[in-house]
Design a protein around this ligand. Structure first.
Ligand SMILES: NC(=O)c1ccc[n+]([C@@H]2O[C@H](COP(=O)([O-])OP(=O)(O)OC[C@H]3O[C@@H](n4cnc5c(N)ncnc54)[C@H](OP(=O)(O)O)[C@@H]3O)[C@@H](O)[C@H]2O)c1
Length: 241
């Protein structure tokens, strides 16, 4: 079986997914920018790795070279959190959010496509969208645009790459990871946000990794072209009136 390639492998969701896949016996290839964290995780999981920045297109060629000729799965768990009003956003910030969340995901798939098509069984791709795509939230213009592109990418790729490759996405609501640590340092605010969910808590990396590990595995072999809300009901349930 080919490798499972995880972009953003050292993050909250990426590292939890990587450990879960390792426990299930998969061979992993990991990527991120921070050398210390990446090498420590790769050592722990006996994984190969490529260090680099998804904003640099050349990085994807190196990942493809390092990951080998056969790739069974790709998880793209890289993202940004840049919550600002439209009045305050700069073009550079909006372009960066698009590059990191959406263009990076597309380039990751493009660079690994030959290896994904080489997989003995249909390969699987898991991308990350957001609850803030199908529902409008204040201060989310830039991330909603970028994750909206990930939603579209998921659907287009699922059609184009069938039947050799399955493509799905997870759309989390607010999840406790290093990405949101700053925002969630205020206990009162954290509690208030938790109460907006029908299941009244914030998400955790395990909530996301459990589904990511399922979608990347052959157990989900008849699932493609889906975007799953893992969000405590936030995207579909109105609970306060
Ligand atoms: N947490 C949430 O509430 C939430 C909500 C909705 C969607 N999501 C999505 O879920 C996915 C995982 O998020 P998370 O919360 O696990 O984030 P996280 O803890 O911040 O992890 C992000 C990972 O991506 C890597 N990364 C960041 N920028 C990079 C870059 N320019 N080039 C290469 N690697 C980069 C980070 O490592 P380095 O810094 O070392 O590169 C890290 O491994 C993301 O797509 C995010 O947008 C999260």
């Amino acid at each position: 079986m080919g490798k499972m390639v995880i972009f953003g492998a050292t993050g909250g969701i990426g590292s939890t997914t990587a450990r879960k896949l390792f426990e299930q016996g998969y061979d992993l290839h990991l990527t991120a920018r921070d050398k210390v964290k990446l090498t420590a995780l790769a050592d722990e999981l006996g994984a190969s790795f490529t260090r680099g920045d998804v904003e640099v297109p050349e990085f994807f060629r190196r990942v493809a070279d390092d990951a080998g000729d056969e790739v069974s799965g790709l998880v793209y768990a890289v993202g940004t959190l840049n919550l600002k009003s439209i009045a305050r956003l700069t073009p550079e910030e909006m372009q960066r959010d698009f590059r990191v969340n959406a263009l990076g995901a597309a380039l990751a798939v493009q660079s690994l496509l030959p290896a994904l098509k080489n997989a003995q069984n249909p390969a699987s791709i898991v991308l990350f969208s957001s609850v803030a795509v199908l529902q409008g939230f204040k201060m989310h213009t830039s991330i909603s645009m970028a994750k909206g592109a990930v939603h579209g990418l998921t659907m287009a790729l699922a059609a184009e790459l069938s039947p050799k490759v399955r493509v799905n996405a997870i759309a989390p609501s607010l999840t406790q990871t290093p990405m949101t640590a700053g925002m969630l340092s205020n206990e009162k605010m954290t509690e208030a946000i938790a109460k907006m969910h029908a299941v009244p808590r914030l998400g955790n990396a395990e909530d996301m990794a459990a589904l990511a590990a399922f979608l990347i595995s052959e157990k989900s072999g008849w699932i493609t072209g889906q975007v799953f809300g893992v969000d405590g009901g936030r995207s579909t349930l109105r609970i306060n009136s």
